[in-house]
Design a protein around this ligand. Structure first.
Ligand code: NCD
Ligand code: ZN
Length: 423
């Protein structure tokens, strides 16, 4: 593996340093041989590689929408050195064999580390627990379990899942959606907008009711719950309350729920159809504040690639989901850093350290210090560009930022000492 010397990079804390990468780890820059390959990082910020707790890679099953190769290439371009591959695949990742298969795909085709997420219930049916222990003990070493795309709606099933994963310090990542209050057709934040547009409403309480139940089940079982894609002010209040009580709850916010709001669906462009739906500005404000103060621990992209034919339908029929890996850092910078709400050390905590801790991934979310794994993202804090959905490493084109001017920060991504993206 070739060595690499990065000179004059600023770290998140503002200090300037050289980084010497040899044999996949950070080594003493004083030991770099003359003539080693160099990257001049003058004016750039070096941060630990980003970690996404919530990615849909679609392989196996929907390789026409995304593959491990294309999805992780998009991740590398977005500055990520690790993604968590959600279990709503075909077949569902609900056995040790299925988990090891996704693990092998990651090892073979990944442009970043792929951590396997296991399903909570068999076939995501919400009824019978899947092979949680066998997945945990498998070569995939699964620690995060989720039926994402569906809510584990049955309280007793949820209680049992939380109890079970406690024995190996696993965590249940919940897609919080009361299926009675927000059924399969619900597709627009319930508000004056859903009424005006004639779209089935998805009330914010359909999320917070489940969050309120789950944090109490986490308290009852003394186990860990993670709330996926928090989208409402009410959920934020519940999580704040639970944390104050000492309940083991973590939460993620997506880039799109930080930036994009309900009125965008007024043109019935299905690119903006996502679950949970885009909310109104008061909710966006609450999510931003919670991400700044740590009530929301981390950013999760919920990168959800779809083939064109699955989006090319009337709004209420099209599949929900939008891609997000390539613009995640740009959106967090735009909404949080460039507005003065968040500093760089906090961004690193929310986009690298916290998501690496979620599933106990030892090689990720580490400081840029000698002896640590060489997972580095080089950022130009001032570059900007207009997003072009066609210029994507993802196979999918459902990019909600198309045509928007945003930061264009990622200059290079280095994963385990290998350059996985460079521009
Ligand atoms: C996700 C998908 O397409 O798999 N869709 C979405 O709208 N977010 C599932 C999910 O995260 O709920
Ligand atoms: Zn989800």
């Amino acid at each position: 593996m070739p060595s690499l010397l990065i000179t004059g990079a600023k770290l998140a804390d503002g200090t300037t340093t050289d980084l010497f990468i040899a044999d996949g780890v950070l080594a003493d820059p004083g030991s770099a041989p003359a003539g080693v390959e160099r990257i001049d990082a003058d004016g750039l910020i070096a941060i630990p590689g980003l970690v996404d707790p919530h990615t849909h890679l679609r392989q196996p099953g929907r390789e026409d929408a995304e593959t491990v190769d294309t999805g992780t290439a998009a991740a590398a371009r977005g500055g990520f050195t690790c993604v968590h591959a959600m279990a709503n695949l075909t077949p569902v990742t609900d056995t040790a064999e299925a988990a090891e298969f996704v693990q092998s795909l990651g090892e073979r085709d990944g442009h970043c580390e792929v951590r396997v997420v296991g399903a909570v219930t068999k076939g995501l049916d919400g009824e019978e627990l899947s092979e949680l222990g066998l997945m945990a003990n498998s070569r995939a070493n699964v620690r995060v379990f989720s039926d994402d795309g569906r809510c584990v709606a049955d309280s007793l099933v949820m209680r049992r899942a939380l109890t079970y994963v406690k024995s190996f310090d696993g965590v249940i990542a919940q897609h919080s959606q009361d299926p009675r209050l927000a059924g399969p057709t619900a597709c627009c934040h319930e508000s004056e907008w859903s009424g005006k547009l004639g779209l089935p409403g998805w009330p914010s309480q359909a999320e917070s009711i489940i969050v309120a139940r789950d944090v109490q089940l986490a308290e009852l079982t003394d186990s860990r719950i993670h709330v996926c894609h928090v989208s409402t002010a009410e959920s934020v209040e519940v999580i704040r309350w639970a944390k104050k009580r000492g309940i083991k709850v973590t939460a993620e916010a997506t880039p799109h729920h930080l930036l994009l709001d309900t009125p965008l669906v007024a043109g019935y462009d299905t690119t903006f159809k996502v679950n949970p739906p885009l909310r109104t500005s008061e909710h966006l404000e609450a999510i931003r504040e919670a991400l700044a103060d740590g009530t929301i621990d981390m950013v999760g992209t919920d990168h959800a690639p779809h083939a064109r034919q699955d989006k090319d339908h009337p709004f209420d029929v099209a599949l929900p989901g939008m891609i997000g890996l390539e613009q995640a850092l740009a959106v967090v910078m735009e909404v949080m850093v460039n507005t003065g709400r968040m500093d760089w050390p906090t961004l690193v905590e929310r986009m690298s350290f916290a998501p690496a801790r979620l599933g106990h991934t030892p090689t990720q979310g580490r400081p840029l210090a000698i002896g640590e794994p060489a997972n580095v993202t080089l950022v130009d804090p001032s570059a900007r560009a207009t997003v072009d959905a066609e210029q994507s490493r993802s196979r999918a084109r459902n990019n909600p930022y198309h045509g928007r001017e945003l930061p264009d920060p990622v200059m290079a991504t280095i994963w385990a000492g290998k350059v996985t993206y460079r521009r």
